[in-house]
Design a protein around this ligand. Structure first.
Ligand code: G1P
Length: 298
């Protein structure tokens, strides 16, 4: 895999039931952190990594994601007429020039592995990335996918982002066993989806970033339903291990699990504290609120 990845798959067909009632009408990928939806952070990370083709695997009920990346003629005209050039740029840049969005429908919710397989006709026979927009990764330097694309390009291997989690949480993740890490990476020797703590090979969890060899598509085609009765990407990666090198990678950055309430709140607070216009007000408000609760001295 010495080619730089160009295509990224975003599985966005999930129901987002944890965020009901908001997700009755707003897909979870459209929930905002400050003023940008989660999907925008994911796309920005992909563009920064050098990718130019965004493949959204969606379902027939979810139009909001496609609408969001579509050109908004009337809005752009109004902003232009009102002389709101800065906002106009923001709206135009949801997909920067030269970057294209492709939408693929996942007809049935058969699992993450199945969602990725739906992107096969668009990706074809080249290495590609998968980003799960729920996992927001914040870093001052290069984004997580950019770091991983560098490793994939340099080693020719597939690369999966991993992070240590408390033992009690292993049953919420794909868990890997690896050889010894050096330079933030270690070859994966085993991977299992959502194991019971007693069966987990380690506490090293897969987070939502993958750079994968196209061989994964053939393997997904013969992957039977696994954990939760779903076709799991983890199970196809387990088959890939027998044929090709797959590396676990400790990315630089902080990951927020925006698939949970507290993760979304953490991401919002962290981004507000770092925001060039909101930082001071956010710090002030937080100090006041914590003092009011008696958590810190006023
Ligand atoms: C998916 C993957 C799992 C991975 C997780 C990361 O699970 O199947 O291997 O650890 O994403 O967020 P999900 O959270 O969709 O159940």
């Amino acid at each position: 895999m010495t080619r730089r990845i160009r295509k990224v798959v975003f599985p966005v067909a999930g129901l987002g039931t944890r965020f009901l009632p908001a997700t009755k009408t707003v897909p979870k990928e459209m929930l905002p952190i400050v003023d940008r939806p989660l999907i925008q952070y994911a796309v920005d990370e992909a563009v920064e990594a050098g990718c130019d083709t965004m493949v959204f695997v969606t379902n027939r009920y979810k139009h909001a994601v496609a609408d969001y990346f579509d050109k908004a003629y009337e809005l752009e005209e109004k902003l232009e007429a009102a002389g709101k050039g800065e906002l106009l740029e923001v709206v135009r840049n949801v997909l920067p020039k030269g970057v294209r969005a492709v939408f693929v429908t996942q007809a049935e919710a058969l699992g993450l592995g199945h969602a990725v397989l739906c992107a096969k006709p668009v990706v074809g026979d080249e290495p590609f990335a998968v980003i799960l927009p729920d996992d927001l990764i914040w870093n001052r330097g290069p984004g997580a996918l950019s770091q991983m694309a560098d490793v994939a390009e340099a080693t020719g291997a597939s690369v999966i982002a991993t992070q240590a989690v408390p033992a009690a949480q292993v049953s919420s993740y794909g868990i890997v066993a690896t050889e010894t890490f050096s330079e933030r990476r270690g070859r994966i020797t085993a991977i299992v989806e959502k194991p019971r703590p007693a069966d987990a090979p380690s506490n090293l969890a897969v987070v939502g970033r993958y750079v994968l060899s196209p061989r994964i598509f053939d393997l997904l085609e013969s992957t039977r339903p696994g954990a939760g009765g779903e076709i799991q990407l983890t199970d196809a990666i387990s088959a890939l291990l027998a044929e090709e090198a797959v590396l676990a990678y400790h990315f630089q950055g902080t990951r927020f699990d925006c698939g949970t309430h507290i993760g979304l709140i953490e991401a919002t607070i962290r981004h507000a504290l770092d925001h060039e216009k909101l930082s001071e007000a956010a710090q002030g408000f937080m100090r006041e609120a914590l003092a009011e609760l008696g958590v810190v001295d006023s």
